[in-house]
Design a protein around this ligand. Structure first.
Ligand SMILES: [Ca+2]
Length: 231
């Protein structure tokens, strides 16, 4: 019941702010002086600005563009989900979890294992998130069933997207190799796609580091796919 209420509140705040809050109370946000989360989260059903004619045809063009974008998004999600070279994590640990969630509790590290299961951008217990929303560096460490020569890591972000700052894979000796470090461009419910030259070693472990202070509100990760091959 508590979670239900929390989700509804989150949804409402999403509608109002376009951001990713967990605790409902706007009073809390006001009292901390935190600016509303960025509104650059692209609305799923509005037209690109500045390029449409006026009148009814504008509305129709906008609707078509939105539908096309939504279809592209769905196709991409499906393609990734069914990638024969992709694996989903089977174990995970994290620097911290919301409400100190353990095991299969909502927002625990384990919520980032398995295939993606968050349907809508926003706060959702089926994703991992850290204990606090904006305090700084947090990490998620994931294990995969099969060691592979890796070529890509795909991080599905589902709330407060854009806060990943580093992706590492580990070799057989347990040595970390950074495969990406930078400014995460991910917006909304989507993947950060990190492609790199095929690793000479095999890996079955990925570590995602976030700087939670760079995107206001809760930064949640639904799932992480490791892509690679035997040879
Ligand atoms: Ca999940």
């Amino acid at each position: 019941m508590k979670i239900h209420a929390k989700l509804i509140c989150c949804f409402l705040s999403l509608v109002v702010l376009g951001g990713c809050s967990k605790k409902s109370s706007s009073t809390q946000e006001e009292s901390t002086g935190k600016a509303p989360a960025s509104t650059n989260a692209a609305p799923a059903v509005t037209a690109p600005a500045g390029s449409v004619p006026s009148g009814a045809s504008a509305g129709a063009a906008a609707e078509t563009a939105a539908k096309m974008a939504a279809a592209d998004w769905a196709m991409k999600q499906e393609e990734i989900k069914s990638d024969p070279n992709g694996q989903w994590a089977i174990q995970a640990t994290a620097s911290s979890t919301y409400n100190d969630a353990q095991g299969t509790d909502g927002w625990s590290a384990n919520q980032a294992t398995g295939a993606p299961n968050v349907d809508k951008y926003g706060d959702d217990g089926k994703a991992w998130t850290s204990k606090t929303p904006d305090s700084g560096i947090e990490w998620l460490d994931l294990k995969y069933p099969k060691p592979v020569h890796a070529t890509e890591v795909r991080v599905r972000e589902s709330c407060g997207s854009g806060a990943v700052v580093k992706v590492e894979v580990f070799d057989e000796q347990g040595q970390a190799h950074a495969v990406w470090q930078g400014n995460d461009p991910t917006k909304d419910l989507n993947y950060l796609m990190v492609k790199f030259d095929k690793t000479a070693f095999k890996t079955d472990r990925v570590k995602i580091t976030l700087a939670t202070n760079v995107v206001s509100g809760w930064n949640e990760i639904d799932a992480v796919q490791l892509v690679g091959t035997d040879q």
